[in-house]
Design a protein around this ligand. Structure first.
Ligand SMILES: *Cc1c(COP(=O)(O)O)cnc(C)c1O
Length: 234
């Protein structure tokens, strides 16, 4: 096995073990390869190993790779900070957006995606720790924002769940507490707004097991899969 295959097998084994200790099925958790700074060839190699979901953070870099790799065969997730002047491009190239954080952006994405064959899948990013240096909705802003989005019934987009970025360098207890907080917010949304609201994008290389134990349905893993990123690019 080459290095990439070994890393992938190790991550899948850790995901399976976390699912087993949480009493969950491995199919409930999707592995998204966070492929920013990685080449199309590296993505192709992972695809050959059975990974279908890729997360990109920068539009220009992403669209070049997506064009090279054929959009239809893979599932592309936008996980970078969302800018309103990029919504058209985003709707054209991606299937999921994990970083929605305003009504205005949802309206722009809807306008851009309304003629697409399949709705653009949206996750609202929540700043669970209410850290002023982080993007995302504050927890107290979430239910009013979802309520507004539900009332608008925006064509072309579908609100599917929530996303958060965990604490950097947190201990396991802190990580689990922030992921549990996101899960509680998702459950609040489900009670208020319905069962379609079911995705929890949480967990990265350093904390994906904690996230799975707290109900993550999508882990976004970069470094543990591809190796350490060049610091100037990451
Ligand atoms: C880069 C990135 C990841 C992956 O981070 P690693 O620590 O390398 O696994 C996950 N989520 C987001 C939003 C990212 O930008």
């Amino acid at each position: 096995m080459n290095e990439l295959a070994q890393r992938l097998a190790a991550i899948r084994a850790r995901m399976d073990a976390a699912c087993a200790s949480a009493g969950r099925q491995p199919e409930e958790v999707r592995l998204i390869a966070a492929s920013k700074t990685r080449t199309a060839a590296e993505i192709e190699a992972l695809r050959a190993l059975g990974v279908d979901d890729f997360g990109e953070s920068r539009m220009q870099e992403a669209t070049a790779k997506i064009a090279e790799l054929d959009r239809r065969a893979l599932e592309w997730h936008f996980i970078g900070h969302l800018q309103s002047n990029k919504t058209r491009e985003l709707a054209r190239h991606f299937h999921w957006v994990h970083t929605l954080d305003s009504i205005r952006l949802a309206e722009r994405l809807s306008a851009a995606a309304r003629s697409a064959a399949r709705p653009l899948q949206l996750l609202l990013q929540v700043n669970v720790a209410a850290d002023p240096d982080k993007y995302g909705l504050m927890p107290k802003e979430l239910y009013p924002a979802v309520e507004t989005l539900m009332q608008r019934e925006l064509p072309g987009v579908q609100l599917r769940g929530l996303m958060t970025i965990g604490f950097q360098q947190a201990d396991e207890h802190q990580s689990r507490a922030s992921f549990a907080a996101l899960r509680a917010l998702l459950e609040g949304c489900r009670q208020r707004f319905g069962e379609d609201f079911s995705e929890l994008s949480m967990g990265m290389s350093g904390d994906f097991e904690a996230a799975i134990l707290e109900g993550s349905t999508m882990v976004r893993v970069g470094t543990a899969l591809f190796g350490v990123r060049d610091g100037t690019l990451g």
